[in-house]
Design a protein around this ligand. Structure first.
Ligand code: NAD
Ligand code: UDP
Length: 314
């Protein structure tokens, strides 16, 4: 008998980067977890330590197909997140965002579960308002190479709020800003993993464009804390969760280079189409509603991530 209230949790995309860190937190807290994944970018080894645990189940399933399971909470993370992966098959990405969220909302409605959507700062597109509060409606290209993901997440948010209005489904919508940490795929093309892997291999770090574009990088442990507080709290969102520290990509390259090997070169490559020029969250709402703010600096988080990549012998 457990001596505290526990939930039956469904984590879609649970074998991925963020999903597997969330599962570690839920399992450590004594919750029941069903991890659902199609292994497009996720890996069984990310959750291997829980296989065989009586409170843990693993289901290979694609969220574009409906599924019936009895759960109390749905953490809907399934969707490729790196531009390289979500642009690999953009039609599938759009289907995953729309049909996947539609299927999970249908499930939440049927079984009376609360559902959290992992949305993104990409809903702000290439923002004309800086920094970005939740009230900013964004500047998104509907026809570009990032649109499958950006517009996919926008319609996913819309579906959540229509389920809330029509069916009183309990929703939580989280707008995640660039997050990094252990278990990122070495080849997923995101900037933090690219720079660290290049530096550890003794290669030049590839800056796209002149490197003046900015991002705000949140360490994974901070992000997961915000996600859990949002699910447990009363606010439906959308709520920005991210680290408001803002860095140019050139500054990030220099930080990684100086930590691994200061003699490495920084080289420039073409800037991809529609690459947002600036990104920085306003987190007043998360602070007020969830009592959340990040605690791990970029320098600390990079050291933790570099050490993890070193341990994988990439
Ligand atoms: P990830 O690629 O590591 O994880 C995504 C997981 O979803 C993978 O395990 C993948 O196999 C699975 N998946 C993809 N399509 C699926 C499908 N059709 N059916 C079932 N499973 C499927 O990415 P991540 O960084 O862990 O991102 C998780 C979620 O957070 C995504 O929804 C992403 O859009 C969102 N997000 C992440 C970031 C970030 O910086 N990491 C930023 C904004 C939003
Ligand atoms: N980027 C870069 N070099 C790389 C990978 C990415 O300069 O090797 C840049 C990319 O053009 C973008 C920023 O880093 O401006 C963040 O890219 P990422 O793919 O991590 O995330 P997103 O663009 O979705 O925020």
């Amino acid at each position: 008998m457990k001596n505290h209230i526990t939930y039956r949790n469904l984590v879609t995309g649970g074998a991925g980067f963020l999903g597997s860190h969330l599962i570690d937190r839920l399992m450590t807290a004594g919750e029941e977890v069903i991890c659902l994944d199609n292994y497009f970018t996720g890996r069984k080894e990310n959750v291997a330590k829980w296989i065989g645990h009586p409170d843990f189940e693993l289901i290979r399933h694609d969220v574009t197909e409906p599924i019936q399971v009895e759960v109390d909470r749905i953490w809907h993370l399934a969707c490729p997140a790196s531009p390289v992966h979500y642009q690999f098959n953009p039609i599938k990405t759009a289907k995953t965002s729309f049909l996947g969220t539609y299927n999970m909302l249908g499930l939440a409605r049927r079984v009376g579960a609360r559902i959290l959507l992992a949305s993104t700062s990409e809903v702000y597109g290439d923002p004309e308002v800086h920094p970005q509060p939740e009230s900013y409606r964004g500047c998104v290209n509907t026809t570009g190479i990032r649109s499958c993901y950006d517009e996919g997440k926008r319609i996913a948010e819309t579906l959540c709020f229509d389920y809330q209005r029509m069916h009183s489904t309990e929703i939580r919508v989280m707008r995640i800003f660039n997050t990094y940490g252990p278990r990122m795929l070495p080849n997923d093309g995101r900037v933090v993993s690219n720079f660290i892997v290049q530096a550890l291999r003794g290669e030049a770090l590839t800056i796209y464009g002149d490197g003046s574009q900015t991002r705000s990088f949140c360490y994974v442990d901070d992000l997961i804390e915000g996600m859990i507080r949002l699910m447990n709290g009363k606010h439906s969102g959308p709520i920005n969760i991210g680290n408001p520290g803002e860095f140019t990509i050139k500054m990030l390259a220099e930080l990684v280079r100086d930590r691994v090997n200061p003699s490495l070169k920084l080289i420039h490559k073409a800037l991809p189409a529609d690459d947002p020029m600036q990104r920085k969250p306003v987190i007043n709402l998360a602070s007020k509603e969830l009592g959340w703010s990040p605690t791990i600096s970029l320098e600390e988080g990079l050291d933790l991530t570099i050490n993890w990549f070193k341990s994988t012998h990439i």
